[in-house]
Design a protein around this ligand. Structure first.
Ligand code: NOJ
Length: 545
């Protein structure tokens, strides 16, 4: 490297800090827009919708994987990190998408999946062919089994989607996979693995990509020395002593990545998906590493003023201390949509609820959406970056009744059909009121949409000033206009109300209670629901200025 590289399509006035307070819109490519009528969303489909995203007012899009993949895990099983799944398009299509986004001042973040490859990746095929003890196997974690003849898995580690984390190959060795068997884990003590991922970061950065979302960032460093110790991903220790997750050594990997990302002008942004305890999660976000880490605390919290305030306070403090900016998220492709979560009784086990096809307990759709709009508007007033998952701007609910024979999520298969999984938040977006797939494409999509989806389509909502789409558009526009600095000041409020000021009089108040309270002084800029008689109704957010 001789100097910082600036691809031709980078926006004209790059602001190196753009990611600190951005609205990032997550696109799940297979379910966004289908341009070629095969029932699967594709890259050209996304490009065709860039004007929509510009009108929505997002600063960046994050694209979930679009790389060649046998789709054992929705594309998070990558067969080639530096190419495009032919069903989704070509590298030229991605160049066009990046150029179209940049022409609208929208940055592009791509997913990078470093914990595991697909079992159809050329490295894994070579590993199987080369046999035990070969350098090809040393890119993965192959071990002899336990038991008299090695017939038992080397340890009792359990995979995230259920079942053992080890799978045996015909010559008798076992390989490790923290997720599905089709997702063999890489061995990050192997320098070849480091070199290949740095190649991938440069490959996409050279094409003009502005940032990376790093999948399972907390999983790359593992203690694989015998005797194997138990792991508990659900309750990770604060001292980094779990053998599989959130170990201290992982940070050296991301320091190396930061050096690569800083070769570029502007430096490429990155965000860690690291399900680590909050005080350790922010370590991934240090300026010497990735810069940001997903903060899933609000996504996991009930609709409750104390929970919201405590989480916000704690995360802003931790971010400031680490030099990062905070992130906020209520929905993504891995969880039940927040309009639905908030419409179910607080203690609902959503996995169990999905198994009833969404019938029991009954979902109060309007109530859920009403609360979701209040929570989202609160979120958009917070300092830091906000991540919006495709379709939440339409107020979409979970598609809870997908016929079982059409479910695709490995959770469904690996759980022995006891957990339906994540397909319900991944059904294709409705763009129009009618049509074979509500404007998603020309044919019915691979994952069926609910029959009433047309009422939530972009076409149905775009010109309705009370729609969730109009609320998101107005919120993003107002935020862009007003936002400065990364601080907030808490305000004295009645019980059940969370209120804070950003600056220059911009304040946000959320009434988490069910009874109205007096509307705060000031001009109403925006409200998540109707305001009546000078009052702020229950479960409503208002911005005043
Ligand atoms: C996190 C991704 O968000 C999820 O969809 C995927 O299944 C796992 N990582 C494994 O890659």
């Amino acid at each position: 490297m001789t100097g910082p590289r600036t691809p031709a399509s980078t926006p004209a006035t790059p602001d190196a800090q753009w990611w600190r307070q951005a609205v990032v819109y997550q696109v799940y490519p297979r379910s966004f827009a289908d341009s070629n009528g095969d029932g699967l969303g594709d890259v050209a489909g996304i490009t065709s919708r860039v004007p929509y995203l510009a009108e929505l007012g997002v600063d960046a899009i994050w694209l979930s994987p679009f790389f060649p993949s046998p789709l054992a895990d929705g594309g998070y099983d990558v067969a080639d990190y530096r190419d495009v799944d032919p069903r989704l398009g070509t590298l030229d299509d991605v160049d066009e998408l990046i150029a179209a986004a940049h022409a609208h001042d929208i940055r592009v973040i791509v997913d990078v999946v470093p914990n595991h490859t697909s079992d159809e990746h050329e490295w894994f095929r070579a590993a199987l062919a080369a046999g035990p003890g070969s350098p090809e196997r040393a890119r993965y974690v192959f071990r002899e089994g336990a038991g008299v003849d090695g017939e038992l898995p080397p340890s009792d580690w359990v995979a995230n989607f259920g079942g053992s984390a080890w799978t045996r190959v015909p010559d008798g060795q076992w390989y490790l996979h923290l997720f599905a068997p089709e997702q063999p884990d890489l061995d990050w003590t192997n320098p070849e693995v480091h070199a290949d991922f740095e190649h991938t970061l440069r490959f996409w950065s050279d094409r003009g990509v502005d940032g990376f979302r790093v999948d399972v960032a907390h999983g790359l460093a593992k203690d694989l020395l015998e005797p194997y110790r138990p792991s508990n991903e659900q309750a990770l220790p604060l001292d980094g002593s779990d053998p599989l997750y959130d170990r201290d050594e992982v940070h050296e990997i991301f320091e190396g990545w930061r050096r690569v990302l800083d070769e570029y002008d502007p430096p490429r942004a990155a965000i860690a998906e690291a399900w680590a305890p909050a005080p350790r999660r922010v370590l991934y976000a240090r300026p010497t590493e990735l810069g940001q880490a997903f903060n899933f605390d609000l996504l996991e919290a009930p609709f409750d003023p104390t929970a919201f305030r405590t989480i916000i306070e704690r995360n802003l403090a931790m971010s400031e201390e680490s030099g990062a900016s905070s992130t906020w998220v209520l929905s993504n492709h891995d969880v039940v949509r927040h309009a639905t979560r908030y419409g179910l009784p607080d203690d609902t086990d959503t996995d169990a609820w999905l198994m009833t096809d969404g019938f029991t307990p009954p979902l109060d759709r309007d109530h859920g959406l009403h609360r979701a709009r209040a929570a989202s508007l609160l979120l958009f007033a917070l300092p830091g970056s906000t991540y919006t998952y495709q379709g939440e701007e339409l107020g979409l609910h979970e598609a809870a009744a997908i016929p079982r024979e059409l479910l695709q999520d490995p959770k469904w298969i690996r759980s022995g059909h006891t957990v339906k999984g994540r397909d319900g938040c991944r059904v294709p977006i409705p763009w129009t009121v009618d049509g074979p797939s509500f404007g998603f494409g020309d044919v019915p999509p691979q994952l069926p949409q609910p029959e009433d989806f047309g009422a939530s389509s972009v076409e149905a909502l775009a010109d309705d000033p009370t729609s969730t789409l109009s609320l998101y558009r107005a919120a993003f526009a107002t935020r862009r206009q007003l936002q400065r600095g990364e601080h907030l000041t808490w305000l004295d409020t009645p019980e059940h109300v969370v209120g804070f000021a950003r600056h220059d009089g911009w304040r946000s108040y959320t009434n988490f209670g069910t009874s109205p309270v007096a509307l705060p002084d000031g001009d109403v800029l925006l409200a998540s629901g109707p305001l009546t008689d000078g009052m702020l109704p229950g479960e409503t957010t208002v911005w005043v200025g």
